[in-house]
Design a protein around this ligand. Sequence first.
Ligand code: AMP
Length: 457
Amino acid sequence: MMTTTFADLGLSDTILKALEKTQLKMPSPIQVQAIPHIMAGKDLMGLAQTGTGKTAAFGLPLLHRILDLGHPPAPKTVRALILAPTRELVSQIADNLEVFTKGTSVKVAMVVGGASLFKQAERLKRGADILVATPGRLIDLLERGDVSLHATGYLVLDEADHMLDMGFIHSLRKIAKHIPLKRQTLLFSATMPKDIEELAATYLQNPIKVQVAPPGKPVERIVQGVHYLPNGDKANILKEYLNKHPGEQALVFGRTKHGSEKLMKLLVTWGFKAGSIHGNKSQSQRDRTLTEFRKAELDVLVATDVAARGIDIPGVRYVYNFDMPNVPENYVHRIGRTARAGKEGTSISFCAPAEMSELQAVEKLLKKAIPVLGGAPWSADMVAAAPKPGQNRGQRPSQGRGGQKAGSQPIQRAAPGKPGAKPAARPASAKPAGGSFAPRRAGAGGGKPQGQNRRPD
Ligand code: AMP
């Protein structure tokens, strides 16, 4: 089969020249599939995770179209609007686009919460060829009259599933009302649940559908495993793993801002070069930590789902699910942070009794059991005995359970797509120390009881 090149996709010489200066040598599968349709002016739904090259898949044809116009945008107007759920993702998209637009007349602007509204309004006075924005801040600017979308001909909804998870549907409706119906709309999502189909039906016209990985299926190269252990043991086993792989970058997911911060501090006291990103950190702190992690000045990054969503850090070798995600799709997003750009990656999950249903939801989504590395699936009575949110205020750390060592069992390569063997029944030795369920730990690493109805962070 002939290999498709960027030139085959119909991109202009200016863009091909700009691409020569980047590490993008050959188009990725999502780019091969999506670019010709976008160039042809079609609406498109792309089912693709971050890391597949989807930013260039929509960015390059947008750039091609805008370069064709040959004149700058009118003041306060925007030609192409890209909406993304988080500040990190917005700045990552803008950074990516800057690489392609370097040396061209195309100007990219970005607006996100947590940064100066005044400066953003000032910037928008000149108009923007491409505006990358989080929905909330864009609405503020629209309502103040600092920007108008009446001349916007392109709308991109990136990480649409996550935007809905974060409750941005009302904001999207509000924003869409400002954009002419005669436009090209592109929607990208890592998963395609029913509400995304509905969103697409509302905002896209006869969209072409392209996909590079079936929904919910993690990258095949990622080796996965799970430890069944009480909350109180999680921090220690994480420490063992981190010590076993010095110098290899790890991303650790916590469920809450508070728990993630505590865990990061504990890791620092243990001598790890760790940082954290979550909703309680200012934008500049988050940016700084991400830069340090990218430069490998930090070995461990503790993050919440929302803060880490979509961020692209090629060096991550290990992903630890310190807390199981409460939305199963987030498992796929989390583990997709490793094994980037053809590299190997490992994901290790820690499942306490109260997280059994979350783990089962993940396995249902994956259509296979995650290989067990330690402990055994919690029985129904252990799960039932696990404290519900709000209970067990005076928690104590567990004493740990004998015998469970990080990586004490070989990690099996998961057979993607195929239903795996059912996890073994819980052996007597899998009982936590003390013979009963060790309560969730309020101290370092455990965070507050999970499952509380918290604001996304
Ligand atoms: P994205 O899925 O857009 O977040 O892209 C993830 C990463 O892949 C970014 O760092 C891009 O620079 C990189 N990338 C995108 N397209 C290609 C390509 N065709 N070849 C190599 N790397 C790429």
